[in-house]
Design a protein around this ligand. Sequence first.
Ligand code: GLU
Length: 478
Amino acid sequence: MDKIRLRYAPSPTGFLHIGNTRTALMNYLFAKHYQGDFIVRIEDTDIERNVEGAIESQFDNLNWLGLTPDESFLTPKKEYGEYIQSKKLDRYCKLADELIVKGFAYKCFCTSEELDAEKERQAAQGIVATRYNRKCLGIKDFTPYEGKEYSIRFKVPDDKIYKIDDLVRGMVEFNSKEIGDFVIIKTNKIATYNFAVVVDDFDMEITHVVRGEEHISNTPRQCMIYQAFGWNEPRFCHLTLIVDDTKKKLSKRSGNAVFFISQYREKGFLPQAVFNYIGLLGWSPKVEKEIFSQQEFVEMFDEKRFSKSPSTFDMVKMKWINSQWMKKMDDVEYLKLTKQFVDQTRFKISKVEDNWLDAVLLLFKKEIEFGAQINEHLDLFFNEIEYDEATKAIYAEFTDVKPMVEALKTSLEKLQDFNEDNIKAIIKELEVNFNKKGKNLFMPIRIASTLSSHGPELAKTIALIGKEKVIKNITKVI
Ligand code: GLU
């Protein structure tokens, strides 16, 4: 069997986001599962829509995720030609001319005004899917057109059924009657997407085309071109949509979903976790498990398990998966990550002792879901915090705790060595002396010493807040 070769082919019209990352990732897994090649090709023929910096940003974010291509314009292989479409415009033109010679394509001299007028005319007749009227198809004598601009149109076969055996949808049929003669080379000599994509997939010996379902309607056009050249088609695989919780296609406007990969990086998500979550969108592994490494994904990938219905993007689950990956980090890595995200204008970490800061940050290793979330927890240790009404109301639910809290204050005041073990011993004493257990013991102590009803390990937290501040808090509550 030929070597499996798949490609991710972004147009530099935007940045890497959940949708195109899923496409890249599935192409990567598919290729790697079969020891094949993963290629990144830039489809930049829609010049007006290209965005500055998009290519660099896509590569940077793909690398961050571990989706490093075997081949791209950065690591090209000569035999496959250029990996950026704008560099092979001559080849597309040459091949289009070949199609003209063979009678599969023709020059079209219609101006955009003429084409618009024709569209309007058809629309006025009630035609919804307007199409080119083939005005230029029969031109035999080109003398009157000399020097005039032209596009090249593909001559769509009449009334022919195109069958696509899609890996996700099974057999899909299109009738060429639905498709008008389409442009393959524009008047500016630039190939259109449908033409360039076929030439490149052929030149690069792509065996499987995995892409979003928005491209399925392009596929019959591409099949026509393959057949005109007598080239073998790759196997197609159109992934179903990723939708948000309102069932709309996921986009940057999708409520609380973080859309761009750069935003995950900015918030301190881990690449393994983002890979893990996106790797589960649109197919289901056999094993009932949710945390997988990149290597595990490669091993278990199965193109027969792509789902036929849309997958819903779930930000809560993405965060949960990230929190699981954070828990797996060793402490040194965790500290390096969180320190990067501490808001240094809000928390003056340069003024505190390293050991103390490390201990404070480590308190939240099992609590936070992503790096930047650390900032939601540090006020207690660095700044004055408010004893808010909601917490007061919770405290008020615990009756006759005042004597216990006063005893807590007295014991802590007397404590010479304000460390976790000694504080634990004091809490133990209170348990015995005041005959309180569980929530009735811990909640009043937590609220009194931290002004908050939740948080990590209590004795450790109290020790790290420090004697002076804790006594101040308890006094406030009393
Ligand atoms: N350049 C196309 C896009 O960004 C990809 C098309 C394809 O994979 O065939 O949507």
